[in-house]
Design a binder for this molecule. Structure first.
Ligand code: AMP
Length: 221
């Protein structure tokens, strides 16, 4: 049973490889909300060969943002599903000012968690990342250690857009387009006049970051 009556809409934000997916799991579990990752939904569509996937693929492989009209449609669809009635955690959305304004017009955002890492940490982490080609689960491989296996039987592969060149374009995009999102939420007040922005140092260990997020979210949710 969910102990939280009002829907909780949480945004998790941070550069590529800041660990958003990992921290999201804990937040979703605690607040009983689904994890909505626009990147995952787009990749699912590419794998299934849908019209949306076909349109999005080129943008994604070039490391640039998929046009808003495709993202807004996808998001509306996802939010209308039953499991999103308690709220949702948005991962990878909003990524631009136009997307931020769209979101605050559509729902009452409860919290924004900004996971901060430097570009150097992002590049170093990318080199160790693999993704299951069947279920999409993300793994970290350690140099010199055996590559782990996914429970679902899928194969661990390097993500199509995980290469240093594309990552640099994506990090540049993050700084140019997503930094304004952070600035927007730093001063944004929700409908009750409350600040909703918190930041964490995401270069620490996973348990440390999870604990810091939990503490900061408990104070505002
Ligand atoms: P991610 O898995 O969040 O790193 O996203 C991978 C790619 O999907 C991005 O580089 C974009 O091309 C696309 N994408 C994901 N979310 C969005 C979004 N909110 N707006 C536009 N493009 C997106």
């Amino acid at each position: 049973m969910c102990l939280f009556k009002k829907p909780k809409y949480v945004v998790i934000i941070g550069p590529q490889n800041s660990g958003k997916g990992t921290y999201s799991k804990e937040i979703c579990k605690k607040y009983n909300i689904p994890h909505i990752s626009t990147g995952d939904i787009l990749r699912e569509n590419i794998n299934k060969g849908t019209e949306l996937g076909k349109k999005a693929r080129e943008y994604m492989n070039n490391g640039v943002l998929v046009p808003d009209e495709l993202i807004f449609g996808l998001l509306k669809d996802r939010l209308s599903q039953k499991d999103a009635k308690n709220g949702a955690l948005f991962d990878g959305f909003p990524r631009s000012l136009s997307q931020s304004k769209y979101l605050v017009d559509m729902i009452n955002v409860s919290a924004v968690v900004d996971c901060q890492i430097t570009d150097e940490v992002s590049v170093a982490r990318m080199k160790n990342r693999r993704i299951c080609n069947k279920c999409g689960k993300v793994f970290t491989v350690k140099p010199g250690e055996k590559t782990p296996k996914c429970d679902c039987g899928g194969k661990l592969v390097v993500r199509e857009d995980d290469n240093e060149e594309t990552l640099k374009v994506r990090l540049k995009g993050f700084h140019e387009q997503t930094q304004p999102v952070i600035d927007f939420f730093k001063t944004y007040k929700n409908k009750k006049g409350k600040n909703i922005y918190v930041s964490v140092d995401a270069s620490k260990t996973i348990p440390e970051v999870n604990a810091e997020i939990d503490k900061k979210l408990s104070e505002i949710l």
